[in-house]
Design a protein around this ligand. Structure first.
Ligand SMILES: [Zn+2]
Length: 67
């Protein structure tokens, strides 16, 4: 995985496909075998297997400041 795709909890990411609501900013709210991301536009959240998430994520927009 490329360095610019390293993600952590609470990061804001964009995906290759925007959410149907038109927003393309997602917050990573759970990290594990599956990744849960929440749409910043409509607050809808989806659970995606990690491997699939890594394929679908476009870039990390904002790194979490919480350590
Ligand atoms: Zn949405």
């Amino acid at each position: 995985m490329a360095d610019n795709k390293q993600f952590e909890l609470n990061d804001i990411v964009s995906m290759k496909k925007p959410h149907p609501c038109g927003e393309n900013q997602w917050k990573v709210i759970r990290v594990g075998m599956d990744i849960r991301i929440k749409c910043m536009g409509c607050q809808h959240s989806v659970l995606i297997p990690r491997r699939q998430f890594e394929k679908k994520v476009k870039k990390i927009l904002e790194k979490s400041e919480e350590k």
